[in-house]
Design a protein around this ligand. Structure first.
Ligand code: NAP
Ligand code: GDD
Length: 326
């Protein structure tokens, strides 16, 4: 039987890595893309002749039903979202509609068109928010601290609900922060690596950041998409935390990134209130014990290697040594 996967959010960081992995596994890959007046295919340009891109939007139920009917995927990976926490405070309704209700639209389309489709929901450690225990596992209660976290919690529970109500093979991956040279420039890790590269190359002189004390469990995106794939290969659907089990502060990320190019972060980082959030998630650290045991998944890239990989890639990119995707 042809293995055919539909990826929503294929133009994003994770979508590009997942598409590569599924192509390597012999899948036919279909990527849902929303209408835009500019081309957003930078991360998947190198895959264009191996994947099909089809129009659709998580805000539009009919487009989802039509897409499933036409392309008949066997697996659906729902990676599309308004995924930037800071923006969710200024656009809470849009975030709820896309990141929360969008999951229901897709699950309902699956229920209507083909309930045998296996489904992956991109849930988030942001749901743990003001954490009630350390480290966080599949059993840790949620306490989201942003409209994004609240929307993701809805998306998580509607996935569980469709699994229990309609017997869908629907799994929720509670993924902790994962980064790469393909990370969006607005997220703190890429903002740091990109600005460090600019400072090193002489085109920037400072890095403006918010809360340096926030701690995150940062892993490599290429590792995390493998966990998504493994979840859909299990006989039974379930929920899994995917994390490294290590946490580091934004300050430490700066120290390693600047240190890698022989600079002292304290000379360049400027604190800017504009990057503080109305409510903060101070500490995230997950335990990947269940993913390790059941899926056989382990992270392969250590924190320092992730930071230096991102800085090196941005130096190569900005100095014209490499194309945008590496
Ligand atoms: P990303 O780079 O921001 O990509 C988001 C994707 O969603 C883009 O392809 C975007 O398309 C698409 N999208 C946005 N609104 C849409 C809509 N209304 N209809 C259809 N597509 C839409 O995010 P990512 O880092 O790859 O993350 C992938 C998923 O995992 C997201 O759901 C995110 O919330 C979740 N997650 C990420 C992390 C992490 O650390 N990266 C951790 C936990 C969970 P355009 O290119 O057109 O904007
Ligand atoms: N973006 C950003 N920009 N964050 C900053 C800055 C800044 O200038 N200065 C400090 N930070 C802090 C934020 O306050 C936050 O505590 C931390 O850096 C990480 O911020 P982001 O990189 O924007 O990621 P996030 O943790 O809020 O959200 C990411 O991870 C979630 C999983 O926990 C996103 O990828 C979400 O989509 C994902 O679900």
């Amino acid at each position: 039987m042809t293995k055919r996967a539909l990826i929503t959010g294929i133009t994003g960081q994770d979508g590009s890595y997942l598409a590569e992995l599924l192509l390597d596994e012999g899948y036919e890959v279909i990527g849902m893309v929303r209408r835009s007046s500019t081309v957003t295919f930078e991360r998947i340009a190198h895959l264009q002749d191996r994947i099909a891109t089809v129009p659709g939007d998580l805000l539009d139920q009919a487009s989802l039903i039509d897409l499933l009917r036409t392309h008949r995927p066997t697996e659906v990976y729902n990676l599309a979202a308004q995924s930037f926490v800071q923006t969710s405070f200024s656009q809470p309704v849009l975030t709820g509609d896309v990141t929360g209700l969008g999951v229901t639209r897709l699950l309902d389309a699956i229920r209507i068109v083909d309930p045998d489709i296996r489904f992956y929901q991109a849930s988030s450690s942001e749901m743990f928010g003001k954490v009630v225990e350390v480290p966080q596992s599949e059993d840790t209660p949620f306490y989201p601290r942003s409209p994004y976290g609240v929307a993701k919690q809805y998306g998580h529970w509607i996935t569980v609900n469709y699994r229990e109500s309609y017997d869908l093979h629907a799994s929720s991956g509670i993924l902790f922060n994962h980064e790469s040279p393909r990370r969006g420039l607005e997220f703190v890790t890429r903002k740091i690596s990109n600005t460090v590269a600019k400072i090193k190359l002489g085109t920037a002189s400072e890095l403006r950041l918010g809360n340096l004390e926030a701690e995150r469990d940062w892993g490599f995106a290429g590792d995390y998409v493998r966990a998504m794939y493994l979840m859909l290969q299990q006989d039974a659907p379930d929920d899994y935390v995917v994390a490294t089990g290590e946490t580091h502060s934004v300050r430490r990320f700066c120290e390693v990134a600047f240190g890698h190019v022989g600079l002292d972060y304290e000379q360049y980082v400027v604190i800017d209130e504009a990057f503080y959030r109305p409510a903060e998630v101070d500490l995230l650290i997950g335990t990947p014990a269940k993913a390790e045991k059941v899926l056989g998944w382990t992270p392969t890239v250590a924190f320092e290697d992730l930071v230096t990989m991102m800085v090196d890639a941005d130096i190569d990119l900005l100095s014209g040594r490499l194309g945008p995707i590496s």
